[in-house]
Write a protein that binds this ligand. Structure first.
Ligand code: NAP
Length: 463
């Protein structure tokens, strides 16, 4: 019998819907369909593919409220954030619709009069994607749009916590006229679907957003058939506030990067590293602003912080806070919980911790929750050392009005995305992705379509 997946509302614990997981046979069939349809889809001309993507984006905009409500229901984030996510998803579709028309090849100046050297680009084939629950629509858009724009067929497995918005998102693609076999979804447990994707001879590329351990296993399993991989994995973002920084701006931007989606984002500031001369002032101001944030059901007017996705996530956040406090951190705001295991909801009030030191777990592991741990530094070199002392390299933020400090940080921070006096650098037209164990490849920007393309070189002789 097919497995059932219960989708619950993390703000109340109530079951929203039960969906059937696809059986292995069904998943294999869909992979075969995607593979077979590749020939037809890749022959659709780029302008037509672009128009279909534009129609998809229009459909998504028309259904913005419906999608946002689904996201808030199954993910818990405040409705205004969910609406923002839907528009952010459209921005990716719009961007890649245009990029479809700019997949250029080139000619290479020849080294022999009798030869002509030509480079062309072609789509890699069927792309299989696995997406997380924290941005169920946007993470899908960032993968589906470049794949379809490039001429690849696409199949996605959404996270089991949040499949409903993703399924609707794909259905809207069909309603916009994108053929069903060009863009498909499957439901099922990650490990089961992941193995079917990586072992399939039909799949030429795996694109994944999620945790680093799962990403590593997908890379390993893709080796057998040497698939292309794009990996958007975990983060542990530092946020550096230099001695000369505009403290009010730094506080405002820290609030926005730290607490979006209840701190459950891969790019959210996880280690706040402040110059010792302003650490107390910064912490007081951050605590004051944090105390104004309203925690609650994402559907309630004025909610800033929604629930934590599940018990496992909640326990990890709690452990990080308790461990830091036990080891001497001072609570400047928060450390309050509202949870009911029986009912199945878990809230953590946004928390600010002062005097955080390197031996605390929170300085080494991604918390994925609304906790802002503040530590201090003396020299900017020390700040860089603390920031880079992690296997992760996704996002980093720094606040300074001194161009020398800013340039030094730009050149020395080992992270794929930097925000200088900016807590929200993400944009569809800019490359998003990490260094080190935060991933491989980039999504968005000029770079975002390249991973869906093969390079073919032709040498013509005897001319
Ligand atoms: P996760 O446990 O890795 O799950 C993500 C997806 O992978 C889900 O669809 C999940 O399916 C699936 N999955 C689980 N185990 C699998 C396996 N063995 N093989 C194949 N797929 C498997 O991550 P998460 O806890 O949902 O998400 C949080 C993590 O994602 C954080 O580390 C965060 O930093 C990272 N993230 C990174 C980015 C980025 O762009 N770099 C963006 C967002 C999130 P099921 O739901 O069915 O288990």
């Amino acid at each position: 019998m097919a497995e059932t997946i219960q989708v619950t509302n993390p703000a109340t614990g109530e079951v929203i819907k039960e969906i059937q997981a696809d059986s292995k046979e069904e998943i294999k069939q869909k992979l075969e369909n995607g593979h077979k349809f590749f020939k037809e889809w890749s022959n659709v001309n780029a302008h037509k593919r672009a128009r279909l993507l534009q129609k998809w984006s229009q459909k998504v905009r028309q259904h913005k409220d419906e999608l946002a409500e689904l996201i808030t229901k199954e993910n818990g984030k405040p409705l205004k954030e969910a609406q923002g996510e839907v528009l952010y998803s459209c921005a990716y579709i719009d961007w890649f619709a245009e990029e479809a028309k700019r997949i250029y090849g080139r000619t290479i100046p020849t080294h022999m009069e009798s030869k002509r050297l030509i480079v062309t680009k072609e789509p890699v084939g069927l792309v299989a994607a696995i997406t997380p629950w924290n941005f169920p629509a946007a993470m899908m858009a960032r993968k589906a749009a470049p794949a379809l724009a490039a001429g690849c067929t696409f199949i996605v497995k959404p996270a089991s916590e949040t499949p409903l918005s993703g399924m609707r998102f794909i259905e809207l693609a069909h309603e916009a006229g994108i053929p069903e076999d060009a863009v498909q979804y499957v439901n099922g447990r990650g490990s089961v679907v992941g193995d079917l994707f990586t072992s399939s001879e039909y799949v030429r590329k795996i694109t994944f957003t999620g945790s680093t351990p799962v990403g590593k296993s997908l890379i390993r399993n893709s080796a057998e058939t040497v698939k292309h991989v794009t990996m958007e994995l975990g983060g542990h973002a530092p946020l550096i506030v230099a001695e000369d920084a505009d403290i009010d701006l730094a506080v405002e931007q820290t609030i926005s990067t730290k607490f979006r989606n209840s701190g459950q984002t891969c790019v959210c500031a996880n280690r706040i590293i402040v110059h010792e001369s302003i650490a107390d002032e910064f912490a007081d101001k951050l605590a004051e602003a944090t105390n104004k944030l309203k925690t609650g059901n994402g559907f309630e007017e004025g909610t800033d912080i929604g629930p934590i996705i599940n018990e496992q996530g909640f326990e990890k956040i709690k452990e990080h806070i308790e461990d830091a406090v036990e080891k001497g951190a001072e609570v400047a705001a928060g450390q309050e919980y509202d949870s009911d295991k029986e009912k199945g909801y878990f809230f953590v009030k946004p928390t600010v911790l002062k005097n955080v030191t390197p031996e605390m777990t929170i300085m080494h592991e991604e918390t994925f929750g609304p906790v802002a741990p503040i530590t201090s530094f003396q020299s900017i070199e020390e700040a860089v050392e603390i920031a880079n002392s992690t296997p992760y390299g996704l996002a980093a933020y720094f606040f300074t009005n001194d161009y020398r400090t800013g340039t030094f940080l730009h050149e020395n921070l080992k992270f794929g995305i930097l925000g200088w006096n900016d807590g929200g650098p993400s944009a569809a037209h800019a490359p998003f992705g990490g260094m080190k164990e935060s991933g491989l490849g980039r999504e968005g920007g000029l770079e975002g379509i390249e991973p869906y393309l093969e390079t073919k070189y032709l040498s013509i002789g005897g001319y």
